[in-house]
Write a protein that binds this ligand. Structure first.
Ligand SMILES: C[S@@+](CC[C@H](N)C(=O)[O-])C[C@H]1O[C@@H](n2cnc3c(N)ncnc32)[C@H](O)[C@@H]1O
Length: 392
């Protein structure tokens, strides 16, 4: 969990029964349950929702402050120590994010990848307000429970961060002192066999972060042409054996559809034998995850919109976990930070109408040796930060 000491949040029920009930609840139509106060609730003037959960792909929730949208106390979960909640995710570069974003009372932040709520919590602990979002309803439910003691300064919205301006316009929040995106999947998502992110555990070939998204990895694996599969494995996985893996997939699926993670992993291993520590299916699973969730395009959409939502001197921080994401962040920051654009076809450099950022991290910030030792998953994390220029 987060390395910063937490104040005890009042959340009760034993972790196991709480978790099981949560999963049961979110599997039902109509989640989030109105008894949790997922309906209109605003501790902040001018912010909130008039309607209950609308269902569908984009949903949102203000967490129950304990007074409830209708003035009543929340039905559940009752109180106990938040530390007893099941493990969800260990935040990476937490200290560095706090140092760069400089949270404090009177400031407001947007966390577009709420996950287990670790980064949001660090901002809340320093007195800031946070609007957070995630496309995974389990993350929204978990983090809002964990952070309920901050409910008068925190709200969570379910949705894809590529649509964040539309989601925010609906709730009427203005500009931010800082925005954080910690891209990728959480440990909880990775370890949930039913999501299909892991080739080490058998599960459906799903790989969707948003369970309501229309396309699963099985859909792509069983319907794309061999050429399309090769493109995905190369573009999103930089997989050196893309061709032979795609050929093997096409051959196997002609006999029977490929439905599970272990089926796909075995096909890959049959043509791309294990070398060193890395499982031969690693890059294909990365590629399929990026394709299913359209991750790079979503990141570009988010980065294109983010600067306009920063106050002057407000900062945007992006944590990525592989070079494809890091390259997108680096290039978008460079674009917004360039006063002029120079192209071969221009007689001379032209002023850049998008110029509004200053890059603060010339090189990406990497985790310390101590962090990598205590959380090996952090080793590939890279943090880039840029700052909004003052208004002209
Ligand atoms: C690495 S985890 C974030 C962990 C979090 N910062 C913490 O400290 O616990 C990434 C989260 O971002 C979410 N996510 C990834 N892409 C997203 C997108 N395009 N829109 C909304 N949420 C997204 C995932 O569902 C996941 O919960």
């Amino acid at each position: 969990m987060a390395s910063i000491a937490l104040p005890a949040c009042p959340v009760s029920l034993s972790p196991r029964s709480w978790w099981e009930r949560l999963i049961a609840r979110i599997s039902r139509p109509g989640f989030p349950h109105p008894a949790w106060g997922w309906q209109q609730l605003s501790a902040w003037p001018g912010v909130g929702f008039a309607d209950g959960y609308p269902g569908g792909h984009i949903s949102r929730a203000w967490f129950n402050t304990g007074r409830g949208g209708n003035g009543s106390a929340p039905e559940e979960p009752p109180s106990e120590d938040a530390a007893k909640l099941p493990f969800y995710h260990e935040s990476v570069l937490l200290k560095e994010v706090v140092e760069w974003l400089q949270p404090g009372p009177g400031k407001i932040y947007l966390d577009v990848t709420l996950g287990g709520g670790g980064h949001t919590e660090a901002l809340l602990q320093r007195g800031a307000k946070v609007v957070a979002m995630d496309q995974d309803p389990v993350a929204i439910a978990y983090a809002t429970s964990r952070l309920r003691c901050y409910a008068d300064r925190f709200c969570a919205i379910r949705g894809n961060f590529r649509n964040f301006p539309d989601l925010l316009k609906e709730i009427g929040v203005g500009k931010f002192d800082g925005i954080i995106a910690d891209i990728g999947v959480s440990t909880r998502q990775l370890s949930d066999a039913s999501k299909g992110f892991s080739f080490q555990k058998d599960g459906p070939l799903d790989l969707r972060m948003d369970p309501d998204a229309p396309i699963t990895a099985a859909d792509l694996i069983n319907t794309m042409s061999e050429e399309e599969l090769i493109r995905i494995f190369i573009d999103y996985g930089e997989e050196p054996h893309a061709r032979r893996i795609a050929r093997a997939i096409v051959k196997h699926r002609a006999a029977q559809p490929i439905r599970t993670t272990l089926q796909l992993a075995a096909i890959i291993e049959s043509v791309s034998p294990r070398k060193g520590h890395r499982h031969p299916a690693t890059l294909v699973f990365q590629a399929m995850r990026i394709a299913v969730n359209d991750e790079l395009a979503a990141l570009e959409d988010f980065l294109d919109a983010a600067p306009a939502w920063l106050k002057p001197s407000g900062r945007v921080a992006v944590i990525s976990f592989h070079s494809l994401e890091d390259r997108v962040a680096k290039r978008r920051f460079q674009h917004f930070a360039a006063p002029y654009i120079d192209r071969p076809e221009f007689p001379e450099p032209r002023p850049n109408a998008d110029h509004c950022l200053r890059v603060l991290t010339r090189k990406p910030v990497e985790p310390s040796d101590a962090e990598i030792t205590s959380n090996p998953r952090s080793r590939s994390a890279r943090l880039r930060v840029a700052e909004r220029l003052p208004e002209p």
